[in-house]
Design a protein around this ligand. Structure first.
Ligand code: AMP
Length: 411
């Protein structure tokens, strides 16, 4: 399969070849023809699969027939809008759009919060066909009459699952109300949870679905194992596994920053070089901790899902779910940190009886079971009743490490 057979114009193919791409990625091969046909699309693809080109290239193609070289801003209304949850992603998408659009007479721009409005207003007033935006800032700009969305033909919602997590759906609804009802809508998400499917029903019209395996799943490079464990023995099991398997560069996930802090300090006390990253630490501290981890000075990094976002932690040999996430999708994000780019990785989950509902939700999302391994000494005490942690309820802080529990168990 080559790019030539996808139905893209020579100017776009030239940009693709400038980028050094020779073969379309699976998401590109599947999505580009559908977007060119004008279909709404639901795409399950993570960042790193080539999904940006999968929507930017056919969007440019569809906008090309009415492209013009006029200097009048009025001749360059916003015709395609890409919404992203974070400014990092917005910048990244805009950079790629600039590269893919370099030989076509279509303009693109990016707007996001946290920086002055003025330069963005100026850029918009010059006229742009493709606008990449984070939702809040876009609404501000609409309020200032700097952006008019009345001529948008194509809308892309990128990283829909993150938008949900970050609470952007009300803003998205507000933006949708400003768009023409007749339009093409594309929704990309790393996972298709029930909530994402519900949004798709609300926002999309008869969508085609394309799903590509995340890169880490294609070669089955990540080995997943699940250890049933007593609530009180999780730390001991973690230490046991690290010692017995001589694990290095271990990224440990907890649900709460309290747990992250506690586990890191316990591990430290027991002679492991461990440190925690959580939202109480500044970005500079987190980057420092990460650098120490990458250099090997820190063996075990304990992180919450929130703190790990936006940090460049990938291709790690070992990821440990010390506590299962309350959002099943986070399991996929977590294990995506390991085994990238063909390197093999292992994702270990320590699940106690309190977490059966969470495990069920994860396996439901994966549509398969996670293979179980047993370390006899650490199995749950059948006499202790579970205290369930529900996916939607308050996550209880983990019960703490009690030496007495181990004494009872170890002969
Ligand atoms: P994305 O998932 O859109 O963030 O893209 C991930 C990376 O893959 C980017 O660095 C792209 O430049 C690169 N990429 C996208 N499409 C291709 C392709 N067909 N061949 C090679 N690299 C690609």
């Amino acid at each position: 399969m080559t790019f030539d057979s996808l139905g893209l114009s020579a100017e776009l193919l030239r940009a693709v070849s400038d980028e050094g791409y020779t073969v379309p990625t699976p998401i590109q091969a599947q999505a580009i023809p559908l977007v060119l046909e004008g279909r709404d699309l639901m795409g399950a693809a993570q960042t790193g699969t080539g999904k940006t080109a999968a929507f930017v290239l056919p969007i440019f193609e569809r906008l090309l027939p009415q492209a013009n070289t006029s200097f009048s801003p009025a001749r360059h209304p916003v015709r395609a809008l890409v919404l992203t949850p974070t400014r990092e992603l917005a910048m990244q998408v805009a950079e790629m759009a600039a590269a893919y659009g370099r030989h076509v007479p279509l303009r693109s721009a990016v707007v996001y919060g946290g920086v002055p409005l003025e330069p963005q207003i100026k850029a918009l007033l010059r006229g742009v066909e493709l606008l990449v935006a984070t939702p809040g800032r876009l609404l501000d700009l609409v309020g200032q009459r700097a952006a008019n969305l009345g001529q948008v033909e194509i809308l892309v919602l990128d990283e829909g699952d993150r938008m949900l997590d970050m609470g952007f759906i009300p803003d998205i609804r507000r933006i949708l109300a400003l768009l023409p009802r007749r339009r093409q809508t594309l929704l990309f998400s790393a996972t298709f949870s029930d909530e994402i499917r519900r949004l798709a029903r609300e926002f999309l019209h008869d969508p085609a679905t394309v799903e590509v395996a995340p890169r880490n799943a294609t070669a089955a490079a990540v080995r997943e194992v699940l250890y049933p464990v007593d609530r009180e023995l999780k730390l001991d099991l973690l230490e046991h596994l690290v010692r017995v398997h001589d694990l290095r560069q271990v990224l440990v996930f907890t649900r709460t920053k309290l747990a992250a802090r506690r586990i890191a300090s316990e591990l430290d006390r027991h002679g492991f070089a461990a440190t925690a990253i959580h939202s109480d630490r500044t970005q500079a501290e987190r980057i420092r901790a990460l650098a120490d981890f990458k250099s090997g000075e820190v063996e075990i990094l304990v992180a919450t899902d929130v703190a790990s976002r936006g940090l460049d932690i990938e291709e790690l040999p070992v990821v440990v779910n010390y506590e299962l996430p309350t959002k099943a999708e986070d399991y996929v994000h977590r294990i995506g940190r390991t085994g990238r780019a063909g390197a093999s990785g292992i994702a270990i989950s320590l699940a106690c009886p309190d977490e059966v509902d969470l495990l069920r939700a994860i396996q439901g999302l994966l549509r398969r079971a996670i293979p179980v391994e047993v370390e006899e000494e650490f199995l749950p005490d059948p006499d202790t009743p579970p205290r369930p942690v529900h996916a939607r309820g308050e996550a209880r802080p983990p019960a703490h490490h009690h030496k007495s529990g181990i004494a009872r168990r170890r002969r």
